[in-house]
Ligand binder design. Structure first.
Ligand code: 13P
Length: 254
C-alpha cells in the first residue's frame, strides 16, 4: 500500500468538461454501490460547476467527497463568469483542483495566479489539490525537477507550515495526461519523493510526511497497483477513467 500509515490514500476523479447534471447523477449512482467497501480511501469526484449540486446531493451520507476543478481568488466581486471559494463551500465542495496543466496551458494560468487561488481555497476551508508537472520537452531537457520545484514553491509562496495541513499535491506530467502514456511507477515515485523532500526542507518533516501526494496521467485499473506500491505515492488524480463507473471503482478498490 502507498505511502506512510499516516496518510490516507486519496483517489480523485477529475471529470474535466464532461457530464451534464443529469449524466453526472447517473454516473455517481452507478459508482456508489461499487465503492462502498473501500473503507481506508478518501474518494473525491470533481465534476464541472453546473453538476456540483447534483453530485453533492447524490453523495450525501456516503464516503464520497466532492470537489470543483477551478476557483477564483477573490471572495466576490465584478469578475464575470467566475466562481469563488465560498460559493464552492456553500454548494458542498470539500476539495478544489488548483493549477491543472490544462488551465495553465489553455487559460493562461501562471504561478502567481495559482498561488492566489491556493490561498483563496485554504482561506475558505477547502482542500486544494495543487497540480504540478513538466511537459515532454522539459522532461527531455532534464529539467523535470526544476520545473516542478518552481511550480511548487511559487504556489506555496507566503504560506507557512501551519497553513498547509489541508494541502494535497498531484504530480501530473503533462505528457502523460490523456495520452495513454503513464509515467513509470518508479519515475513517478522519484519526482514525488523529490516534491516531498522540498516540503521537508521548506516546511519541516512533519508536514512533508503528512501531505498526500497523488500521481495523475493515464491512470487506469491496470496501472494503479504499481503506482500505489511506491512509498511516496498516496493516490491518484484520474481523468478519463473516472468517467466510467466500473473503471473508477476498480481504481478505488485496488
Ligand atoms: P487522464 O487520466 O485522462 O490522463 O487525465 C489526467 C488528469 O489530467 C487528471 O487531472
Amino acid at each position: 500500500m502507498a505511502g506512510s500509515a499516516e496518510r490516507t490514500p486519496i483517489i480523485a476523479g477529475n471529470w474535466k468538461m464532461h457530464k451534464t447534471p443529469l449524466e453526472a447523477e447517473e454516473l455517481v449512482r452507478a459508482l456508489l454501490p461499487q465503492v462502498a467497501p473501500a473503507g481506508d480511501r478518501e474518494v473525491v469526484r470533481c465534476p464541472p460547476f453546473p453538476a456540483l449540486a447534483a453530485v453533492v446531493a447524490a453523495c450525501r451520507g456516503t464516503r464520497v467527497a466532492v470537489g470543483a476543478q477551478n476557483l477564483h481568488w477573490e471572495r466576490e466581486g465584478a469578475f464575470t463568469g467566475e466562481v469563488s471559494a465560498p460559493m464552492l463551500v456553500a454548494v458542498g465542495c470539500r476539495y478544489v483542483i488548483v493549477g491543472h496543466s490544462e488551465r495553465r496551458q489553455y487559460c493562461g494560468e501562471d504561478d502567481w495566479l495559482v498561488n492566489r487561488k491556493l490561498k483563496a481555497a485554504l482561506a475558505a476551508g477547502l482542500r486544494p489539490i495543487l497540480c504540478v508537472g513538466e511537459t515532454l520537452a522539459q522532461r527531455e531537457l532534464g529539467i523535470t525537477e526544476a520545473v516542478c520545484a518552481i511550480q511548487l514553491k511559487s504556489a506555496l509562496a507566503g504560506l507557512a507550515a501551519g497553513d498547509l495541513e489541508p494541502l494535497v499535491i498531484a504530480y501530473e506530467p503533462v505528457w502523460a495526461i490523456g495520452t495513454g502514456r503513464t509515467a513509470s511507477a518508479s519515475d513517478a515515485q522519484e519526482v514525488i519523493a523529490f516534491l516531498r523532500s522540498l516540503l521537508a526542507r521548506d516546511y519541516g518533516t512533519a508536514l512533508a510526511q503528512q501531505v498526500p501526494i497523488l500521481y495523475g496521467g493515464s491512470v487506469k485499473p491496470e496501472n494503479i497497483g504499481a503506482l500505489m506500491a511506491q512509498a511516496d505515492i498516496d493516490g491518484a488524480l484520474v481523468g478519463g477513467a473516472s468517467l466510467d463507473a466500473a473503471s473508477f471503482a476498480a481504481i478505488v478498490n485496488f
